[in-house]
Design a protein around this ligand. Structure first.
Ligand SMILES: C[S@@+](CC[C@H](N)C(=O)[O-])C[C@H]1O[C@@H](n2cnc3c(N)ncnc32)[C@H](O)[C@@H]1O
Length: 270
């Protein structure tokens, strides 16, 4: 790692071994995901080197708590640089503005968002049940021929950014609703061709609701966290609420611990 050679004369051999290798870049913010506590006294030194080396990076932060609570938001501490947690991210023809602490966002899911977009056929009606800062609806709008895309989001702050992102991307087939999917769904009075459920921690709690806006042949993208030997447990979760369905495919779309994955089960309601 380049960082290691840049810090060669400033850190001890042991400290060099501990240098974090896992980080995300969201626009001009570099986020250390698991900054080692043994290096806290050296964090500004490390951040300073990174800021000098990478012109596009303006702020170095670290996650001090992982995604938590109903809004799935992390806690972020600024180490050095511009004192902001707001950034603009570009992915799959979409610009997304967001606050990395008050909204859920992962740049690691870009390929997964594109995968879903490519599956969509012309004129489909789509529902994204947990739309966050609008990234799924926007990527779908820009990369498919969907007729309309609905998004529901509980977090007021994420929804606010999502509305701003609609303007930024000049799309006209996205309809965003703020509120609890459980309460909004019965009022939609619509059936969708495809429903995306990007809430792996407890998407299962919404399967009953999803059936109210599904019809025969609706395709559901159901996210879950699962150990590599236990993917069949996800099928069991679905079976508890959906009587007749056919699994189309199961996709690994991220690893969050050794042998543990974020998966997406694509299934068709029969
Ligand atoms: C894992 S995040 C995914 C957000 C977005 N789809 C993305 O990929 O960036 C899950 C989102 O679901 C929202 N959420 C949680 N419970 C909800 C509910 N009952 N109704 C609507 N949104 C909800 C959270 O606030 C959060 O933004």
């Amino acid at each position: 790692m380049k960082l290691k050679s840049l810090l060669k004369n400033k850190l001890t051999k042991k400290e060099l071994e501990l240098l974090p290798t896992s980080f995300d870049v969201v626009g001009s913010i570099l986020i250390f995901l698991d900054f080692p506590k043994e290096l806290i006294k050296k964090e500004k030194l490390i951040a300073n080197i990174l800021l000098k080396e990478h012109e596009n990076i303006k702020t170095i932060v670290k996650k001090t708590e992982f995604y938590k609570g109903k809004y799935r938001t992390p806690k972020i501490k600024i180490i050095l640089g511009e004192k902001t947690k707001e950034s603009t991210y570009k992915e799959n023809e979409v610009i997304t503005k967001l606050n990395i602490e008050t909204c859920y966002f992962s740049p690691r899911l870009g390929n997964e968002r594109l995968r879903i977009s490519k599956l969509i056929k012309s004129k489909e009606s789509i529902l994204v049940m947990f739309s966050g800062v609008g990234i799924y609806p926007l990527v779908i709008s820009k990369n498919s021929k969907a007729k309309e895309i609905y998004g529901i989001e509980l977090n007021k702050e994420a929804h606010k950014y999502a509305l701003e992102n609609l303007e930024l991307n000049k799309v006209n087939n996205v309809n965003l609703i703020k509120g609890d999917a459980k309460k909004i769904i019965p009022k939609l009075n619509k059936k969708f061709d495809r429903i995306i459920m990007p809430l792996p921690k407890n998407a299962k709690d919404f399967l009953k609701d999803v059936l109210k806006v599904s019809r025969k042949n609706t395709i559901i993208h159901f996210y879950d966290f699962q150990h590599e030997n236990e993917f069949s447990k996800t099928k069991e979760k679905i079976r508890k609420h959906v009587k007749k369905f056919r699994i189309l495919r199961t996709i690994k779309c991220g690893q969050y611990a050794p042998r543990k994955y974020r998966i997406c089960v694509d299934f068709k309601v029969l």
